[in-house]
Ligand binder design. Sequence first.
Ligand SMILES: [Zn+2]
Length: 64
Amino acid sequence: MGKCILCKKGTFKTEYHPFTFKINGRTYTIPNIKHEVCSNCGEKLIEEETKKYIDEWIKEKLTS
Ligand SMILES: [Zn+2]
């Protein structure tokens, strides 16, 4: 990944963090989600590929 689109100074590094979200008033946490984190401003991005993984995870949770 290149320079940060927000601060245009930092570069992104890959970190793994839990990803928490709410659906229908319930809170879910997926561990070890890949984030790209800006070394300067701390902006966190999630790649398209990772978003697809999250979508799949949610679908599975809601249908089981
Ligand atoms: Zn930045």
